[in-house]
Design a protein around this ligand. Structure first.
Ligand code: ACD
Length: 598
């Protein structure tokens, strides 16, 4: 009898513990299911209670699913992203006309900017430590922003409620889904000048503070401030400056200007072992020594800075070194914005509509001139598929595995010849799966792991955040049976696919796109908001006096990839483009051939 009571007591105790545990902190968070639609905010209050805040989403109801009248109308009238993309990348004859009518071009560019920039919240809503609104998210700029709150901690699976209980090994994913089997030429005809421009330019605002973790940045300017040219501290900047006529220090080699060595500008530069100090060039970003080809871009911008100083000094003979330096920096910053929109984004968009950099288009709008770089933007911008297996340089072919070349490569074989080789070598494709060279695969693995430590929401949740339809199957996501099967074997459910993996394996729309729809729809808002919210684009700054009067404003307004290179290269101007020479004709020719074969 005594032992029977003991057993009953024991069972009761067990039951009580189970109930207590299930109602304690270990219970599933109802927000794990991502129940709130259309950017509604999920707020959980207990294990089965949550509310969706639908304020200003245009939707209502318990899960923000019911469109308000105006939203319904807009949804009915608005073309889908696919339709818009087809329109913008097709009908060249129509765009030829539109591009020539400036008021029409202004109107369309204004629409593009408003649609894209409006998607990015500033200040951001979350960061890697705060999954709810909190003052440090607003005030502490050493965090990247986060667009969607991280997956709650108490969820049945790492991706919420879907997919496996343990995510697949990142190195296995990278090997099976991302690893390049065969080099795929970039379908837009992008060249290596484009690839290195991307890398050189973006490292000014993607500078993760690895000691603190993937949610933190060292680039506190959160945008285009040219710290990769001028250094990210006053001490570094002072060392790089000549302190005469506003110029940056330089050295002359065979009559051409190059960055100084670290013997002349004593700044920390990370270089592979064995490179003597005299061959270590000193530039704004300390890591560019590891990829000396980036110094081609550093050299061009250095020449441009010193050239602009000469022009400003000729006009303003009374200006001291400081004013010349500061004004030239603003001129180069604005030139960068223009080149990035009109040459770089233009190229990657594949649009026949000609994008326009004109800050005045936003002057009648309540536009904010501040920006925050988001962890998701940093995440998506790992475009290692651009890298070929080897680089063709005038001195010979260099395999990607021995990329940390001696700096002398920048000028040893003639700067012009190096530029010409970069322009004529085709880069690789970024998206569509199996595009990453073996030598860089470990970086992609790390990105997947960072996504996990940031607990980024699944790919399909980001599609919903962007107003895109969620992919209903692995096949719909990849458009390729082999990839779809592999993906399914890893994730079980299409709603569990991780953001970075989804971005890199998504099918590419049309034959001339280098990545999928989500990369475009997610990259464009972060980019256009980041560029147009630069303080130089604000009504107070966007005027000739900011840039040293009409002479400087003129340099800004006529800036282009072509002018940047041709004004800073002695001798005749070569073919300059982000596209390999003859690309369009080659494409037309291959279409004719395919037509014949069919
Ligand atoms: C549009 C314009 C076309 C957008 C096309 C593709 C965008 C895809 C990725 C964007 C990546 C980079 C853009 C470049 C610069 C980033 C600048 C950030 C500044 C903080 O349809 O809207």
């Amino acid at each position: 009898m005594k032992s029977c009571t003991g057993v009953i007591l024991h069972i009761l105790l067990l039951l009580l513990t189970t109930v207590l545990l299930s109602t304690s902190g270990n219970a599933d968070d109802p927000c794990c299911q991502f129940p709130c639609h259309h950017r509604g905010v999920c707020l959980s209050s207990s294990e089965d209670l949550y509310e969706c805040d639908c304020t200003r989403t245009g939707y209502g109801g318990p899960t923000c699913k019911e469109p308000e009248f105006l939203t319904r109308l807009q949804n009915w009238l608005r073309p889908s992203p696919e339709q818009l993309h087809r329109l913008l990348t097709g009908l060249p004859w129509l765009w030829d006309i539109v591009n020539r009518i400036r008021p029409l071009r202004n109107f369309l560019m204004h629409a593009v900017l408003m649609k894209r920039a409006g998607l990015v919240e500033d200040p951001p809503a979350y960061n890697s430590d705060f999954t709810y609104k909190a003052w440090p998210v607003v005030a502490n700029k050493s965090y990247y922003g986060l667009a969607l709150p991280p997956v709650p901690l108490n969820c049945p699976t790492p991706m919420g409620t879907k997919g496996p209980k343990r995510l697949p090994d990142a190195s296995l994913l990278a090997e099976r889904l991302l690893l390049r089997k065969k080099f795929i030429p970039n379908p837009r005809g992008s060249n290596m000048l484009f690839a290195f421009f991307a890398q050189h330019f973006t490292h000014q605002f993607f500078h993760t503070d690895m000691q603190r973790g993937p949610g933190f940045t060292k680039a506190l300017g959160h945008g285009v401030d040219l710290n990769h040219i001028y250094g990210d501290s006053l001490e570094r900047q002072q060392e790089l400056r000549l302190l005469q006529h506003g110029k940056l220090k330089f050295q002359m080699v065979d009559g051409e200007e190059f960055p100084p060595s670290v013997l002349e500008a004593r700044v920390d530069m990370a270089y592979p072992d064995g490179i003597p100090p005299a061959s270590r060039l000193a530039v704004g970003h300390p890591l560019y020594g590891y990829i000396p080809i980036l110094l081609v871009w550093s050299t061009l911008w250095l020449r441009e800075h010193n050239r602009v100083c000469d022009i400003l000094r000729a006009r303003h003979s009374a200006w001291d070194d400081e004013q010349l330096f500061q004004t030239a920096r603003l001129v180069l910053t604005a030139e960068t914005l223009k080149i990035v929109i009109e040459d770089y984004v233009q190229h990657l968009s594949g649009y026949n509509f000609r994008l326009l950099f004109d800050p005045t288009l936003l002057f009648s709008e309540p536009f904010q001139y501040t920006n925050r770089i988001y962890a998701e933007f940093n995440h998506l911008y790992h475009w290692h598929g651009l890298m070929p297996d080897h680089l063709e340089l005038p001195g010979g072919r260099v395999p990607l595995t021995s990329f940390a070349l001696n700096t002398t490569v920048v000028y040893k074989n003639g700067f012009r010849l190096i530029l010409e080789s970069l322009i004529s070598q085709r880069a690789g494709k970024i998206g569509g799966g199996h595009t990453v060279p073996q030598a860089l695969l470990h970086i992609q693995e790390r990105v997947i792991e960072h996504g996990r430590s940031l607990r980024l929401q699944p790919f399909n949740q980001y599609r919903q955040w962007l107003g895109l339809k969620q992919h209903q199957s692995f096949m719909a996501l990849t458009g390729d049976k082999g990839l779809a099967d592999e993906l399914e074997s890893f994730y079980e459910d299409v709603d569990a696919v991780e953001l970075f993996v989804g971005l890199l394996v998504e099918k590419t729309p049309g034959k001339s796109m280098m990545f999928g729809e989500t990369m475009i729809e997610m990259g464009a808002p972060f980019s256009l908001k980041g560029l147009m919210s630069n303080p130089l684009c604000s009504p107070g700054y966007w005027k000739p006096s900011t840039f040293g009067g009409s002479v400087g404003f003129d340099i800004v307004q006529t800036a282009s990839l072509h002018s940047l290179i041709c004004r800073n290269l002695p001798g005749p101007c070569p073919y300059v483009s982000f596209e390999v020479p003859g690309f369009e004709e080659d494409e037309e020719q291959s279409e004719v051939n395919v037509g014949k074969e069919l």
